[in-house]
Design a protein around this ligand. Sequence first.
Ligand code: C2E
Ligand code: CA
Ligand code: CA
Ligand code: CA
Length: 279
Amino acid sequence: AKAHDRGKCVLFKDDMRDKILNSIQMSSLLRTALDQNLFSLVYQPILELNTMTVSGVEALIRLNDSDGRPVSPMVFIPYAEQHGYISSISEWVIKTAAQQTSDWRRLGFDNLRMSINLSGKCLTNSAVVNTLQKYVKACRLKPEAFDLEITETAIIEDLDLSLNILDELKALGFSISLDDFGSGYSSLTYLNKLPIDTLKIDREFISQIQNEEDELHLLSAIINLAHQLGLRVLAEGVETETQLNYLIRQGCDLAQGYYFCKPVPSEEAERFIASRGFN
Ligand code: C2E
Ligand code: CA
Ligand code: CA
Ligand code: CA
C-alpha cells in the first residue's frame, strides 16, 4: 500500500475499513496526540537463538484516530517526518522507552535491551544525541541498554552528517542495528562504513523460507557476510517453525516475529519475558 497519494494519507488495515485522512486531519491528529499523550508503545520480544531466551524488545509506536481506529506508523511516521512532527514524536518514544526499561530493570530484567526505531530525519540533527543522553541519565540507565535501529535509506540522505552522529552514539555506548536489510536500497558499501553491531534481515527475505530444504543462497550469503564483518544477525518477521529451524541451521543469532510473540503492551511483554527467561 502507498503511504502517500497526493497529500492524502491512506490508512491501510487488515480488514476492509480503510480510511483516508487528509493532511489537515493528520496534522491535527498528531498535534492532539502529542498534546494529550495519546501515543502508546508496544513491545516485541527479540530472542537469542542459542538459548531461546529474550535478549531484548523492540519498541513500536501506536496511535488511534479519533474514532479509536489504529493508524499505522507506516503512514503517520513518514507524514510526521515531512511535516515537522518527528523530533517531538521521537522524544516521546525515547522518553517512554527509557522509563519502561528502567521499570523493567527494577523488576529484575537486568540486561534486557530496548530497541528503538530512529527515523533518518533524526540522524541529520545532532539534537538526538542530547535527547538520548538526557533520558538515559534521567532514568539512571546506561547507553548500553539501548539499541538504535536505523535504515540505510535514511542514512544516505546526508551520509557525512549521519555517520558523525552514529559514530558519536556508538562511542557513547549505544548499540546500533541496521534495520530492513535486504529491502530497497540495501547496499553492501555501507556495511563497512557504518558503526553497526547488528544486521536485521528484512521480513521479505524471511518470508521466502517455505521449506526447511530450501536453499536460499542470498540469505546464507548475507548471514555469512555479516558474521565475517563481526556483526550479529537478527531475523525479523519469523512466523513459522520452519523459518525458525532454517535460521538456526544457518547460524542466525537472534529472531523476532509472530511465531514467538506479536508486539504487545508492556504487561504482556513482561509475562512473555518472565516465562521465557532473559539473558
Ligand atoms: P519496522 O521497524 O521494520 O518494524 C517491524 C514491523 O513488522 C512492525 O510493524 C511489526 O509489528 C511487524 N512485525 C513484527 N513481527 C512480524 C511478523 O512476524 N509478521 C509480520 N507480518 N509483521 C511483523 P509496525 O509496528 O506496524 O511498524 C511499521 C514500521 O513503522 C516499522 O517498521 C518502523 O519503520 C515504523 N515505526 C514503528 N514504530 C516506530 C517508532 O517508534 N519510531 C519510528 N521512527 N518509526 C517507527
Ligand atoms: Ca525496526
Ligand atoms: Ca524492520
Ligand atoms: Ca520496515
